[in-house]
Design a protein around this ligand. Structure first.
Ligand SMILES: *[C@@H]1O[C@H](CO)[C@@H](O)[C@H](O)[C@H]1NC(C)=O
Ligand SMILES: *[C@@H]1O[C@H](CO)[C@@H](O)[C@H](O)[C@H]1NC(C)=O
Ligand SMILES: *[C@@H]1O[C@H](CO)[C@@H](O)[C@H](O)[C@H]1NC(C)=O
Ligand SMILES: *[C@@H]1O[C@H](CO)[C@@H](O)[C@H](O)[C@H]1NC(C)=O
Ligand SMILES: *[C@@H]1O[C@H](CO)[C@@H](O)[C@H](O)[C@H]1NC(C)=O
Ligand SMILES: *[C@@H]1O[C@H](CO)[C@@H](O)[C@H](O)[C@H]1NC(C)=O
Ligand SMILES: *[C@@H]1O[C@H](CO)[C@@H](O)[C@H](O)[C@H]1NC(C)=O
Ligand SMILES: *[C@@H]1O[C@H](CO)[C@@H](O)[C@H](O)[C@H]1NC(C)=O
Ligand SMILES: *[C@@H]1O[C@H](CO)[C@@H](O)[C@H](O)[C@H]1NC(C)=O
Ligand SMILES: *[C@@H]1O[C@H](CO)[C@@H](O)[C@H](O)[C@H]1NC(C)=O
Length: 870
């Protein structure tokens, strides 16, 4: 519009827009003139606050329901205007239900098997009528204690009932299905009766609890927006769209949890209300594509996570190096710069595992080609890195420079880019200037892109280039008129408008990259991919980070909320740029951020071009000491993360958890994180504090503080202040746990592979404790392909004063795991009833055998037990 204006007004408007843009860049904040609010989006404005006319409300013709051979239930819907729709229900195993609303002969785009990998088969069902106006469907198989009741209306209502309790309601009072050339937007409302909180809607820089958006006032909060966006310098505590989207909401209370997942990758806006109401609700406004809703009945958070990850998949194990510290910068300008960082991190004794090559390593952003003046000998540089036992990760984006001498472009030019309706390639500006975008919806284009990761085609790559970073894959486009992404009418595979699949573009890039790395390494190594854009299912291919955050306490706090939510939505390998990508953190914030980030699965320091260099060795000596100890704290606990990742592959369970996941009665503890069930990390998200308030869950439990020498014990079930100083942020072990660590300071996680374990036995008040340990070759797929792993459980036997170890399962052939030290933490009650801790360290011998002689690998066969008498 602005482009067409020639009057002086046009010039003024252009000037204004330009000025606003420049001031946003100077202020390093997201530009709200570019990224729109609801009131600047037609369908959002039109549908947000309108009531649906009585005549347009749909009723369900429950007498005419029909079902197919495949047990899919079809119920006709109609309104007073003669519009007809179908409600299509599938009752699924695992306490899940699929509910679609669709036009007869619907032309809406369906995602097929891109996101959902479970083979879904509707269960045989029974029905019963309750009067004339209600029909109930329930599985024949009584092990699924749920039913779906359809109330005729108008407006019709669908009640999802678990164990005789209505847990989710699809409320058609505001159901709209537009169906014209101009719009196929739709809306619907879901209610979560009895819930006290709504959680979810990843990805936002927001607290976990979604609270209330539309309260009818002029200064209401915008709805949460899901439209994957290059949200550079995004705001903290905002409903604005970020880089990824999971249209999932958990309705939670201390009694039960249920959830919905909208299987739709188009743009959407969601108003929520979970405050001052008995019946929290969410109102979805969706730009287009299928109305395809999954209801997950829980009833616990753990059940929801398992139901969701059964549908959309789980992450595979990372290689062990990926759990260490990653060092990044936009950018290391030359191979000499990289080698210097490598050398200086080592010289100053900071443990680390991976170094990143951001955009400047390329030949003018021609992916798969190196800058020929600054990275003249990538093989030598990679050898220099691998000589230290470390790896590199390089960036690779989905836009391809338009240039007839660029081989990647030449091979894609004819058939593999997204196109306009008239058949010409979509072209727009991005990092390399004029670019086109790989169309990953075309299988051959995806394979073509994957092939570039081969050692042969990616000249200068070696196995030391162990990971790939897919950035700018929302996709990001340097075009403010389209909110910095691809226009929604650009076509994929010649027929699918981009708007239908916008939120999975990044997922499809990581899928191709994953294939590229699998092919490159002949399926022998677990790929590592870091992605900025993601959708439900991305966990199968990639880790995520929270994008271009800023050096602020609020962003640090938001990273905890975001990664805990991500973990419950399947996207377990989550972290944030430590210190903040944009601007310069104070030394206090930087130290607190490293301390907090120890407990997030993905652990990377990163900074932008404009910010000061902050590699740990550049900082004041006392800060270096704190960071070195902080990194070592992470490295000691790498075995804990590794075991949890393994358990995630089996069950979908998150690596890190908000307190409400383990203790449903506790809500809103956004700065405390549980690593598995046994470690509780506390982020100190305020400056200048000498104490922080910590909630200790479970009144029958106790928590051992382990980050300082205080040996303090806290009783569960209370909130209490604990002292902090700048050297550490509080960390606690749960009484009753056994934690496996590697305590010898090494230069990397890889360097510690053969190190013995230190076993921390944290006894509870009954002198009981238990824990699990997982070990394998740390890099291959033999753990799935050949069942080659060691997975053992330990319990403490107070009568024998011994540790009992038994195999859970797995073939442990060839795997070694030594124990070197056993530390028993015991609770002691003083006369005043105060608990203190008493630590005994066994590091010499047990039963006459040196401790480091206990090899728990080959010494155990299935069902055999090893007793380590202390
Ligand atoms: C929406 O954004 C425009 C442009 O930034 C702004 O003028 C307007 O006040 C915003 N509206 C609301 C409701 O926030
Ligand atoms: C019910 O399903 C059968 C088989 O798919 C179909 O032939 C019939 O027309 C359907 N009836 C209604 C009322 O939709
Ligand atoms: C609605 O929300 C706005 C923004 O959070 C707040 O300022 C206002 O007080 C709220 N109004 C009501 C009636 O709750
Ligand atoms: C190579 O890197 C240098 C330094 O960053 C830059 O000036 C130059 O433009 C780059 N060359 C190409 C072809 O990318
Ligand atoms: C790696 O590069 C650094 C800096 O140039 C150099 O000091 C070191 O000797 C190199 N290491 C190897 C193994 O080549
Ligand atoms: C195709 O459409 C695009 C977008 O409207 C336009 O920029 C381009 O010039 C057209 N190409 C041809 C060959 O007409
Ligand atoms: C690969 O890169 C090296 C320099 O790193 C260069 O000498 C060689 O010619 C390149 N090979 C191809 C096929 O481009
Ligand atoms: C924190 O304390 C320092 C020194 O006591 C002071 O300079 C600084 O302003 C304080 N910062 C805040 C945010 O209170
Ligand atoms: C911080 O606390 C630890 C343990 O309580 C103590 O050893 C250390 O001296 C304290 N450091 C500072 C700078 O106060
Ligand atoms: C994986 O299993 C194969 C076949 O048993 C074996 O040859 C290979 O050495 C194993 N790889 C590792 C890393 O243990």
């Amino acid at each position: 519009m602005v482009r067409g204006l020639t009057s002086s007004w046009g010039i003024m408007i252009r000037f204004f827009v330009f000025f606003a843009l420049i001031s946003a860049i100077l202020a390093q904040t997201i530009d709200k003139n570019v990224f729109k609010n609801c009131s600047r989006i037609d369908f959002c404005t039109r549908l947000r606050n309108t009531d649906v006319d009585e005549k347009l409300k749909y009723s369900a013709d429950i007498k005419s329901y029909n079902s197919t051979k495949a047990n899919i239930i079809v119920i006709p819907l109609k309104n007073g205007n003669g519009n007809k729709l179908n409600l299509v229900l599938s009752l699924l195993k695992g306490n899940k239900i699929r509910a679609k609303v669709q036009e007869h002969q619907s032309k809406r785009f369906e995602l097929g098997d891109i996101v959902i990998i479970e083979k879904l088969k509707a269960l045989p069902f029974k029905t019963s009528h309750i009067g004339d106006k209600v029909i109930s469907f329930y599985p024949e198989d009584e092990s699924y204690p749920y039913e779906v009741q359809v109330l005729a209306g108008p407006p019709f209502t669908v009640q999802f009932i678990y164990n005789k309790q209505v847990v989710v309601i699809l409320d058609a009072d505001k159901l709209v299905m537009e169906n014209s050339d101009a719009s196929e937007a739709f809306t619907f409302k879901v209610d979560f009766p009895g819930s006290t909180r709504l959680y979810g809607l990843l990805d936002h820089a927001y607290k976990m609890s979604l609270g209330k958006t539309n309260n009818g006032s002029d200064n209401s909060m915008d709805p949460f927006r899901l439209r994957n966006s290059d949200s550079w310098a995004y705001e903290a505590n905002s409903p604005m769209a970020l880089y990824g989207a999971r249209p999932v909401i958990f309705g939670h209370s201390k009694e039960k949890t249920s959830a919905i997942f909208l299987h739709n990758a188009a743009e959407q806006w969601i108003d929520v209300n979970s405050e001052d109401t008995e019946q929290p609700s969410a109102y979805f406004m969706v730009e287009r594509a299928a109305f395809d809703l999954f209801v997950l009945l829980g009833p616990t958070p753990k059940d929801i996570v398992r139901q969701f990850t059964t549908l959309t998949g789980r992450a595979h194990l990372p290689q062990i190096w990926a759990l260490g510290y990653h060092q990044c910068r936009f950018s290391y300008k030359s191979q000499d710069d990289v080698k210097e960082v490598v050398a200086l991190l080592d010289k100053n004794n900071f443990p680390w595992d991976a170094i990143y090559l951001d955009g400047d390593h390329t030949d003018g952003y021609r992916w798969f080609h190196w800058n020929s003046t600054t990275y003249t000998d990538p093989v030598e540089m990679l050898n220099n890195i691998s000589a230290t036992g470390r790896v590199a990760v390089s960036i690779s984006d989905p836009h391809i420079k338009v240039e007839d001498s660029y081989d990647v472009y030449i091979g894609a030019k004819e058939k593999y880019f997204t196109k306009w309706k008239n058949g010409s390639n979509y072209e727009a500006n991005c990092w390399p200037d004029l670019s086109s975008w790989i169309d990953f919806m075309i299988p051959k284009a995806s394979d073509y892109y994957a092939s570039w990761y081969s050692y042969k085609k990616f000249n200068g790559s070696t196995p030391a280039l162990a990971g790939i970073w897919n950035d700018m894959n929302e996709p990001a486009v340097f075009d403010d008129n389209t909110e910095k992404t691809m226009p929604f009418d650009v076509l994929h595979a010649g027929k699918i408008p981009h708007g239908d699949i916008h939120n999975i573009y990044g997922l499809t890039q990581t899928r191709a990259t994953h294939k590229g790395l699998m092919d490159r390494d002949e399926g022998k190594k677990r790929p590592f991919i870091l992605t900025r854009s993601h959708f439900a299912g991305s966990q199968r291919y990639a880790a995520m980070w929270t994008g271009d955050n800023s050096a602020s306490w609020e962003h640090f706090a938001n990273s905890y909320s975001e990664c805990m939510t991500a973990n419950l939505m399947g996207m377990v390998f989550c972290g944030a740029d430590i210190g903040g990508f944009i601007k310069d953190p104070s030394m206090e914030l930087l130290q607190r951020w490293y301390q907090g980030a120890v407990w997030l699965p993905f652990f990377r320091g990163h900074s932008s071009r404009e910010s000061k260099r902050r590699e740990p060795y550049l900082l004041p000596k006392e800060v270096q000491t704190v960071l070195r100890n902080t990194l070592r704290l992470r490295y000691r606990h790498v075995p804990v993360f590794y075991t949890l990742f393994y358990e995630h592959t089996r069950t979908g369970d998150p690596i890190i958890r908000p307190l409400y996941y383990q203790y449903p009665e506790i809500e809103d503890m956004d700065t405390q994180v549980l690593v598995g069930t046994d470690i509780m990390g506390v982020a100190v998200t305020q400056p200048n504090v000498s104490s922080v308030e910590v909630y200790f869950p479970d009144k029958n439990s106790h928590w051992y503080r382990i980050d300082d020498d205080s040996a303090a014990i806290s009783v569960g079930g209370i909130k209490k202040k604990v002292d902090v100083n700048i050297t550490t942020s509080p960390v606690f072990y749960r009484a009753g746990s056994i934690i496996f660590r590697k305590d010898i300071p090494r230069k990397s996680a890889v360097a510690a592979i053969d190190d013995p374990f230190a076993v921390y036995v944290n006894l509870d008040q009954n002198n009981e404790a238990s824990g699990r340990l997982y070990v394998d070759d740390y890099y291959s797929f033999n753990y799935t392909d050949k069942n080659n792993y060691l997975y053992v459980s330990f319990t403490y036997d107070n009568d024998l004063h011994a540790l009992r170890m038994s195999t859970i399962d797995g073939d442990n052939t060839g795997l070694n795991a030594l124990i070197e030290q056993i530390v028993i933490n015991r609770l002691k009650v003083s006369d005043e009833g105060i608990f203190t801790s008493h630590q005994v360290i066994f590091d010499k011998t047990y039963d006459g055998i040196p401790l480091s002689g206990i090899n728990i690998g080959p010494s155990l066969n299935e069902n055999e037990e090893l007793i380590i008498k202390l």
